[in-house]
Design a protein around this ligand. Structure first.
Ligand code: PEP
Length: 267
């Protein structure tokens, strides 16, 4: 849990992926808005594009931050099927996830495209959650840290220390996403240190010390506290377990600074 500097506030984000119609998503958001006491924790949910307006409405008055799962690097024009930063910002989106492993590995986004998306997000005055992480083959080949370092250098290469204040890095080993396998706390801890070392080399020690680094990959209510207990793990990016109010509230409550509002029965 964040304890490196006062500026590293614990940040727990839910990525709803391609789940829920706008009506279903609004119902989940309303439930979270009513029952989740964010306490000292920063909490974000990232619904599908089609649900952003409904979720923004449902979260009005709540401290929960609205996020998006993806964005176009382009500002406007002939880009069929794409959504711009300005369009997201107009709906109240404050944070955009870029470089998620499903975008990289299923939809073929390379480091250069991820970097362009990150720059577009920052140029629009939005914040980014930059996802990095190695595949199982890369880990087994002993290349995990090199892969993550390459992804970080590519995406953050043009960032100043000031830009970095709007960036959260999410370390998400690809082999742990949606698989039920979680990185050990020691592995997460080691990679988070490596992330901070790479960033220190690029933008200086102070910026690296203030960087919020989330862990993501099969986070559940029963492993969140252990992960958050690591001084290197400043937050969590949660997929499957963010799809029910009960489990997401319990994950947020795993951070000692956020009390449970109620016993959260059901969804
Ligand atoms: C994710 O989608 O970023 C993720 C970590 O998914 P899950 O928690 O389901 O592994």
């Amino acid at each position: 849990m964040s304890n490196g500097t006062d500026s590293r506030k614990t940040f727990i984000a839910g990525n709803w992926k391609m789940h829920y119609t706008h009506t279903e998503a609004a119902a989940l958001a309303a439930r979270l808005g009513e029952r989740l006491d964010t306490g000292g924790v920063r909490v974000m949910v990232a619904p599908p594009f089609t649900a952003l307006q409904a979720v923004a409405d449902a979260l009005r008055g709540s401290a929960i931050v609205l996020g998006a799962q993806n964005v176009s690097p382009e500002a406007s024009g002939a880009h069929t099927g794409e959504v711009s930063c300005a369009m997201l910002a107009a709906l109240g989106v404050r944070v955009v996830i870029v470089g998620h492993s499903e975008r990289r590995h299923v939809y073929g986004e390379d480091d250069a495209l991820v970097a362009r998306k990150l720059q577009a997000v920052l140029a629009a005055g939005l914040e980014a959650v930059l996802c990095v992480g190695e595949t199982l083959a890369e880990r087994e080949a002993g290349a995990a840290e090199a892969v993550v370092a390459r992804q970080l250098r590519a995406a953050l290469g043009t960032c100043s220390a000031a830009d970095l204040r709007a960036v959260t890095v999410a370390y998400e080993p690809v082999w742990a996403i949606g698989t039920g396998r979680t990185a050990s706390v020691a592995d997460a801890d080691a990679m988070h240190r490596a992330v901070r070392a790479v960033v220190a080399g690029m933008t200086g020690a102070a910026a690296a010390a203030g960087l919020v680094v989330q862990y993501g990959g099969s986070v559940k209510p029963d492993n969140a506290a252990e992960l958050l207990a690591s001084p290197e793990v400043d937050g969590l990016l949660v997929g499957g377990a963010s799809l029910q109010a009960d489990s997401f509230i319990r994950i947020v409550a795993s951070s000692a600074s956020s009390p449970l509002v109620d016993s959260c029965p059901g969804n």
